[in-house]
Design a binder for this molecule. Structure first.
Ligand code: BDR
Length: 309
């Protein structure tokens, strides 16, 4: 059993990760903390609470976090990918969310004391984690691992030639998180772009319960965005793959240790993640004393793990 806090900015693939965590018997979902990103943080919190309710998991606290970037810049969102409501137009606007009285930072710090071997799985901008480090610099001593959906080391970005959306939203926060003394697993576009949800899988979800039907409806909208990119009726399952790797539902087959840095300039490479990777005789080498595991390949079976909802 892996105990996690899932830090989300609930768009469509965040919802898939929440649903997977909420329904998995091998995951102890301690809380969802919400960050701005795909939508504003209030909508993200509503979406998170609604997905948990559909999963029958109203017991999981939903804690609201940062409304914008770490350095005080303006927030911006991704309605072109996730819809204005973050759920492809399928959020229930009448739904009354149940939200924790604690903030995201308070939730992370309190859980780090209360829960042994706690892991953080962050699938949005890293603003909440950066603020949590400010609130308690000893936090890394009590976190077993931080898994991040973000970045692109060998591949091109998805919001610029170099940058992936979650890191590009808040490079300053990401740089702080990578510099902290904890172990990080980076699940970037290098692997998530190959983690495809097909329309056949979507239809299987549509034949399920209320949660499955909601996910299937949202995926239909998500596929409208991804179809021209992928050349098939399908979508990319970024966030649930990171969750799967964090919790052992998905195995990594190539994930060398390296030191990841983030471009915080205001130039064209803003938000780029860099890692010096060395290959010897066809095998990626671990950098001595590095703390960042860069996932470059995952094994088969992610579809089964993700959609066993
Ligand atoms: C990431 O950006 C968001 O749009 C997705 O939810 C995912 O976390 C992919 O770049």
């Amino acid at each position: 059993m892996t105990s996690i806090i899932l830090d989300v900015g609930t768009g469509i693939d965040d919802a898939l990760a929440i649903a997977t965590a909420a329904r998995s018997s091998s995951i102890d979902l301690v809380a969802c903390t919400v960050v701005w990103g795909n939508v504003d943080v209030a909508q993200g919190a509503r979406n998170t609470s609604e997905v948990l309710a559909l999963a029958g998991r109203d017991d999981v606290p939903v804690a609201v976090g940062a409304a914008g970037p770490y350095d005080g810049r303006d927030a911006w969102y991704s309605p072109q990918v996730h819809g204005a409501d973050g759920q492809g137009g399928h959020a229930d606007l009448a739904f009354a969310p149940t939200l924790s009285e604690r903030t995201a930072v308070e939730t992370i710090v309190a859980a780090s004391h209360a829960v042994a071997d706690l892991e953080l799985v962050a699938v949005g901008p890293l603003t909440n984690l950066a603020h949590a480090l400010d609130a308690d610099p000893t936090l890394p001593e009590r976190i077993r691992q931080v898994t991040i959906m973000g970045g692109a080391v060998l591949r091109r970005g998805n919001v610029s030639e170099f940058a992936e959306a979650n890191i590009h939203h808040d490079p300053e926060a990401a740089a702080k998180v990578f510099a902290a003394p904890w172990e990080v697993t980076l699940v970037g576009l290098d692997v998530t772009m190959d983690s495809i949800i097909t329309d056949e899988m979507r239809q299987r979800l549509a034949g399920g319960d209320a949660l499955g039907q909601r996910l299937a409806a949202m995926l239909d909208a998500y596929m409208d965005f991804y179809e021209p990119i992928l050349g098939q009726r399908a979508a990319v399952n970024h966030d649930a793959v990171a969750l799967g790797i964090a919790t052992g539902l998905v195995q990594t087959t190539r994930s060398p240790l390296a030191t990841v840095t983030v471009d915080c300039s205001d130039g064209p490479e803003r938000g780029r993640t860099r890692a010096v990777l060395e290959m010897v005789d066809g095998a990626w080498q671990d950098e001595a004393d590095a703390r960042h595991r860069v996932v470059l390949e995952v094994g088969d079976g992610f579809e089964r793990a993700m959609l066993d909802i």
